[in-house]
Ligand binder design. Structure first.
Ligand code: 5GP
Ligand code: ZN
Length: 136
C-alpha cells in the first residue's frame, strides 16, 4: 500500500535516503530534517495511511510499542531528561505530511523548546455538556 506521490512512502521504503535509526518489516524510524531537539525522530509505517484515523489497529499498537522502546533507548544513549510523543492529524492540527507519523522529541533541561497550547477554563457544566456530546 503505497502512494506514488508521497515523500514519506519513498523514505520509508528506502527510495529516498534518510538517517535511519531503526527499521523492521513494517516501520522505518528516521531523524527529522528540522529537529525541535537533538534526536527528534519520526516513526513511519512502510505502508501509506493518511493519519491516525486511517491507521489499522495492529499498526497503531505496534507504533506505540516501538515509541516506548525508542524512548528508553534515547534516554539511555542521548541522556535526554524527558521526551514528547507528538502526532498531528490534519492541517488544522499541524499535520504537514499526510502519511501517518509519530514524532519522538527528546527533551533536555533548558532546551527552551515549547510544545504548548493556550489553556481554557470551562465550567463543570460546560465539561459535562462536552462529555455528553462526545459519548452521546
Ligand atoms: P507534521 O507537521 O506533519 O506532524 O511533521 C512533519 C515533519 O516531517 C516535520 O517535523 C518536518 O521537519 C519533517 N520532514 C518533512 N519532510 C522531511 C524529509 O524529507 N525528511 C525528513 N527526515 N523529515 C522531513
Ligand atoms: Zn505515504
Amino acid at each position: 500500500m503505497r502512494d506514488e506521490q508521497c515523500i514519506f512512502c519513498k523514505i520509508a521504503n528506502g527510495e529516498i535516503p534518510s538517517k535511519t535509526i531503526y527499521e523492521d518489516e513494517d516501520f522505518r524510524v528516521i531523524l527529522d530534517l528540522e529537529p525541535a531537539a537533538k534526536g527528534h525522530s519520526l516513526i513511519l509505517p512502510k505502508n501509506h495511511y493518511r493519519n491516525l484515523l486511517e491507521l489499522p489497529d495492529e499498526t497503531a499498537a505496534n507504533a506505540i510499542v516501538l515509541a516506548k522502546k525508542l524512548a528508553i533507548q534515547m534516554k539511555d544513549k542521548l541522556k535526554c531528561d524527558g521526551l514528547n510523543v507528538v502526532q498531528n492529524n490534519e492541517e488544522v492540527a499541524g499535520q504537514t505530511v499526510f502519511h501517518f507519523h509519530m514524532h519522538l522529541i527528546p527533551r533536555y533541561k533548558d532546551d527552551n523548546q515549547k510544545i504548548d497550547w493556550e489553556k481554557s477554563k470551562p465550567s463543570q457544566e460546560e465539561l459535562e455538556a462536552i462529555k455528553n456530546e462526545i459519548i452521546g
